[in-house]
Design a protein around this ligand. Sequence first.
Ligand code: 8DG
Ligand code: MN
Ligand code: MN
Length: 439
Amino acid sequence: GNDSNRRNPFILPEYACQRATCLKHYNHKFTRALEILQNHAELRDNEHDSSRALAFRRASCVLKSLPFPLTSMSQLKKLTNIGDHCKRVIQEILEDGECSEVTKLQDDWFHKMVVFTSIFGIGSATAKKWIEKGWSTIKEAQEGHISSDWRVKWAFHSDLNTPVKLQEAQYIQQIVRKEAETILPGIILQITGGFRRGKEEGHDIDILMTHPEDGKEVGFLARLLHRLQNKGIILCGNLEKSTYSDDMLTLDSKLSAKGQLDHFEKWLGIIKIPQSCSETPARDDSGSLSNIGSCDHKGINSVAHPTSNTASEQPLNYQPFNLHESFEDLESKAKKQKLGTENELSPMELAKLDRNWIARRVDLIVSPYNQYFYALVGWTGNKQFNRDIRTYAQKELGMKLSSHGLYDLNKNCALPARSEKEVFENLKLQYLEPWERNC
Ligand code: 8DG
Ligand code: MN
Ligand code: MN
């Protein structure tokens, strides 16, 4: 009616970094369909060609920014980033309530791919191979992978596929903060990723750390991990050394085969947290923190970490894999519970075991202070926001933006920032709050 005429045609800025994109918006029925198309394209296409997938995502992102529910195609006239394919999808949803192409896409193959790629470390290439072998369930994949490495993976699979709650993220932050401040007083520690953007659930917990005094952060992460290991809460993880050098500010770093996006020192791992902490809010006192210790007292992991305390005061070699130790503890507990059973326990049985902790993916990232606010924008994301703002910087300003900084390619100089607001100022953008970056 009149309302839609008044909004016809509606104009939005071209780049998502020039407009707010929030978790809640008016056009979920369209964006859901477009993101299924994106997801399908990601799974089907070659991993090195994401152009089709990204076209769907950009269109979805525009609709998320619309300040009203889309009711007619004419409202799209002046909007960029919505190609013919996306227009057909939108039109069908407007007319029929759903899009037949999207319905057809959600076939057996798609569902199998979604299931297999939900396994930590399994990408679309491996998932495709499994489907070619004729596998269609997690159980079949488990039966095909019975080495001890895999048994360990399977035991934590259902934990890692249970969404992480905000409360759990805050709990982990508290644990990490307590240890971090002991090692390095004055440390700055920030939950980033989806939780910072206002999500209530996520697939992991991202924590970015820095120290205002230059150089203090060097060697810190290994010491922190050592302390967390002594607390018996680390299941496994991988410490990656910083690979940063100043020329990376200017070089285009479409990075390594592992899909690494930056060069910070970081730890990607799995931590166990008490199951209770997603139910009762964590308190900020030592009583609540020792809660995590109670995981150990109940016998799951009591002798797993014999390292002495004094060692944590020196630089050390962080031992990345003690996952097997925790796993063996789990198995022996299982055997006690199933007293008399000679049969080997299946990974499913192990996962369902009565235990008082749950495994959670955690990313710990350390940034030098002079890169911190760029790192904060990068690690807050989301991924689509990062793509967009980096393209904007390159195309509109001739600048190279990364999680390490901003470099003016014409003037040949770096532009430092002392706050997130300054990052946006340097980019000649209006500031967007973290929750407005859900592209
Ligand atoms: P979720 O965990 O709630 O599912 O979503 P998320 O928090 O937005 O995603 P994420 O995969 O945990 O990544 C958080 C942000 O960190 C994301 O916007 C991309 C950014 N990021 C970097 N560098 C790197 C990197 O090296 N690896 C990954 N995975 N993300 C990175 O800036
Ligand atoms: Mn995350
Ligand atoms: Mn992450």
